[in-house]
Design a binder for this molecule. Structure first.
Ligand SMILES: [Zn+2]
Length: 478
């Protein structure tokens, strides 16, 4: 017992946590008051176990030996392990963006992730610093304070002016607030968004009705479902979770792949690299391939890099301020290609050289077939008009973490934008490429000033220079 307590205290000192008393937590329209303040770890809100138990009404079990928290409810069973980002939901494995932790002898669970795993809608309102979890099937009810007669304002009928593709899903652009209910249907798996008091009035820059994708999103359809109701249906090629984040009048729908229907890429799944020192071994993995002697990049004669300009051809990527993502990514990729071609250390392969459309699978397959040492995909972000900044992604199950951190450091200096940090994601091209792979999001095409900068040739050259510097630093140190 004494040993156990010692261990727990030991763990507690490792976690960079700060209490976050000013964050408001809401569950199905009810504000949660917690005697123990939530904690912030890596920008994520973690709540004490009893919030999940009492406020969400879940059954919570704890096995101290295996450090395992089991949550049952909403006809789901979720298993979480302290300090592990791997979670199990009804037997299948998911990666969380932050792990459960023990702080001062108390177990804290990631609020947002638990809600998502339970199939709840998760909304973040940055103005009031509130996280809202809502049961997907339950209606949001604004409860009037007792004794006060609620006068329901007559809601204006909103025009849906754009259904825009974003990196992680779609953005619904409206000219007034819309009340959306989002839920899932199966056979085939779909995410359905019903917006009340809304009319379709689409302008340029929307996805076409019935447009096909080759990601976890198979196709998107939309219709004026009822005189004042717009329905958007996203058909999935497998299983996915989603979040809806309101932003002004707009709604951001982010879709995260859980599993893909069995139509695997022609190459095997990513090779699992040994766990790095700060990540615990994460359970079952694919059988390890025959060991290949690892030659440090710094000592190699040639480092082969596959460079991917995001989107292209029929896929414009995000659009905004008169620009298309596919043109900006190509402009930057071509400038970076020039630098790499003039450096005898590198052998360059590009996924596209012009306005063509290789599928995501084509791009990942090319990198694997070429047995590239490094992969980089260049993208431009989209979001609400006020969103700005630079971010870099790597796949949590891959080997791109150091590469992402080093390139991001250089890129940020070139863009001079808000640091939106390095994150993990399941984007296809970084998930299914076997070498260290990253995806950079230079800035936001939907922000007028960032769009103007990114269109500028000198700025593009600066970005290319910084990516080149990042690649070189990574190669020299790995
Ligand atoms: Zn993109």
């Amino acid at each position: 017992m004494g040993m156990c307590l010692f261990l727990l205290l030991g763990l507690a000192s490792v976690v960079q946590a700060a209490s976050a008393p000013d964050i408001q937590l809401w569950i199905n329209g009810k504000k949660i008051s917690s005697a123990v303040p939530p904690q912030m770890v890596n920008d994520r809100t973690l709540v004490p176990v009893y919030v999940v138990k009492d406020a969400m009404g879940m059954n919570v079990g704890w096995d101290s030996k295996s450090q395992r928290v089991t949550i049952t409810g909403n006809s789901k069973k979720i298993e979480l392990v302290i300090n592990s980002k791997k979670a199990k939901i009804d037997g299948s494995t998911r990666t969380l963006d932050t792990a459960p932790v023990i702080i001062s002898d108390r177990t804290f669970l990631p609020f947002r992730s638990v809600g998502e795993l339970l199939g709840m809608n998760v909304d973040w309102d940055s103005k009031t610093k509130s996280v809202h979890l809502t049961n997907a099937t339950s209606e949001k009810v604004d409860k009037p304070t007792s004794g006060v007669t609620a006068v329901k304002p007559i809601a204006k009928v909103a025009s849906i002016t754009k259904i825009q593709q974003t990196e992680q899903g779609f953005m619904i652009v409206a000219d007034a607030k819309v009340d959306a209910k989002t839920f899932t249907m199966s056979g085939p798996n779909r995410i359905v968004m019903d917006m009340d008091k809304a009319k379709l009035n689409l302008k340029n820059g929307s996805v076409t009705n019935g447009q096909q994708f080759d990601t976890i999103i198979k196709t998107v359809r939309y219709s004026q479902f009822a005189p004042e109701q717009v329905r958007v249906v996203i058909e999935l090629d497998g299983k996915a979770s989603y979040t809806v984040t309101p932003s002004g009048n707009n709604l951001q729908l982010a879709i995260t792949e859980t599993s893909r229907n069995p139509k695997p890429p022609t190459t095997p799944p990513p090779v699992v690299t040994p766990p790095t020192k700060d990540e615990p071994d994460q359970g079952t993995v694919e059988p390890a391939p025959a060991p290949v002697p690892i030659v440090p990049l710094a000592t190699k004669d040639k480092v082969k890099i596959v460079l991917d300009a995001g989107h292209g051809g029929k896929d414009s990527g995000a659009v905004g301020n008169g620009l298309q993502e596919k043109d900006l990514t190509l402009g930057m990729a071509q400038k970076l290609a020039e630098l790499l071609r003039n450096d005898s250390k590198f052998e360059l392969v590009m996924t596209r050289e012009g306005d063509t459309y290789p599928t995501l699978q084509d791009r990942a397959n090319l990198a694997n077939k070429e047995q590239a040492d490094l992969f980089m995909s260049i993208h431009i972000n989209s979001g609400p008009a006020t969103a700005t900044g630079t971010e870099t992604y790597y796949y949590a199950g891959g080997s791109g973490k150091d590469y992402a951190n080093i390139v991001h450091k250089h890129l940020l200096k070139a863009t001079g934008s808000l640091d939106r940090k390095v994150h993990t994601a399941n984007f296809y091209v970084i998930k299914y490429t076997k070498m260290p792979s990253i995806l950079v999001e230079i800035g936001f095409i939907t922000n007028a000033s960032e769009a103007a900068k990114m269109k500028d040739e000198d700025f593009q050259q600066g970005v290319a220079d910084s990516l080149y510097a990042g690649i070189k630093e990574y190669v020299n140190t790995h």
